[in-house]
Design a binder for this molecule. Sequence first.
Ligand code: NDP
Length: 257
Amino acid sequence: MYLEKFRLDGKIAVVTGGARGIGYAIADALSEAGATVVIADMNGEGAKDAAAKLAAKGRKTSSEQLDVTDPRAVEKVQQAIVKRHGRVDILVNNAGIAISNEPAESMSDPTWLKVLDVNLNGVFWCCRAFGKAMLEQGSGNIVNIGSISADIVNKPQEQSQYNASKAGVHHLTRSLAAEWATRKVRVNAVAPTYIESDMTKSVAEGSSMMKYWLDGTPMGRMGQPSEIAAVVLFLASDASSLLTGSIVMADGGYTCW
Ligand code: NDP
């Protein structure tokens, strides 16, 4: 009875930024649980390749090229997916970027705007377009990928735009959860610690940063994309039916200290 609640058979799921990293692991987890997963990524070829890789494992997938910062493109892709698959039950807002080592006093306007645009505006455009259709169909489930950076200030890298964008994602999650709860659309978030992906590789490469990260983590290690995907599976499934507006910390204890 309990394991059944994690199954997603017959559900249609969309994962933004799903071509690689954490997003790809999420697409893997949701499709293994039975969902048809649409990988929507800025990198259209990457999205196609990722969908093909999962299809080779017998999964039901398709792909879309999507830049989440373009609200009109988000609407078009939402409509195209509904046309192809009939509906969307699950939206995972995973697409995000990090630009680190940017002291606030010298940060350029484009750097501030770019990070806020992808990490916060993009999440809102997708929640608005897909959420509206979910409200109309009377059910839906949204999972946003936030970060520990929403609650703590990372050390030693300076990245105030990233931290502020993720704080926005967490509170947007609670705001939409409250607005939509009685209309059967749940909105939750996962807040990962440092995860092994291209994103952390590009920030930490050639620096002593990693030592700070591991010293600040009670578990003494980084996370794997699959460890975030498993939490997303829980939030995207009926196993979490009482959760909305929750921010699940998946951080190896980072925020305890
Ligand atoms: P990666 O950089 O490895 O992958 C990000 C993916 O998102 C890429 O496929 C990228 O496409 C895509 N993307 C970037 N911008 C857009 C856009 N405008 N529209 C659509 N897709 C886009 O990142 P991670 O897998 O590490 O991170 C995934 C999420 O997890 C992000 O929201 C990140 O902030 C969050 N997170 C990550 C942590 C970590 O330690 N890695 C920790 C906490 C949170 P392309 O290949 O074209 O760039």
